[in-house]
Write a protein that binds this ligand. Structure first.
Ligand code: SF4
Length: 71
């Protein structure tokens, strides 16, 4: 039994989804935008950070709207 995570799309070192060498967290990978990687240059990290920034912006706009309406 092997330890660690394996991807069902990985055949050897090839991704059968993207038809190229497996590069976890790249655009098109099933992990893109779902997993944070220790390598800060992994595209998935930017997608997560972008979503977090958008969520924070929406929350801030809702707070401002409530504050203005006196709720
Ligand atoms: S690139 Fe992503 S989807 Fe493709 S084999 Fe690697 S981990 Fe799986």
């Amino acid at each position: 039994m092997s330890g660690g995570w394996t991807c069902s799309h990985q055949i050897g070192n090839i991704c059968d989804l993207l038809n190229r060498v497996c590069e976890p967290g790249t655009k098109g990978c099933t992990l893109y935008g779902k997993a944070l990687f220790s390598d800060p240059t992994t595209p998935s990290n930017e997608a997560i950070e972008r979503r977090e920034r958008m969520r924070n912006k929406i929350e801030m706009e809702e707070l401002i709207k409530k504050a203005r309406s006196g709720i």
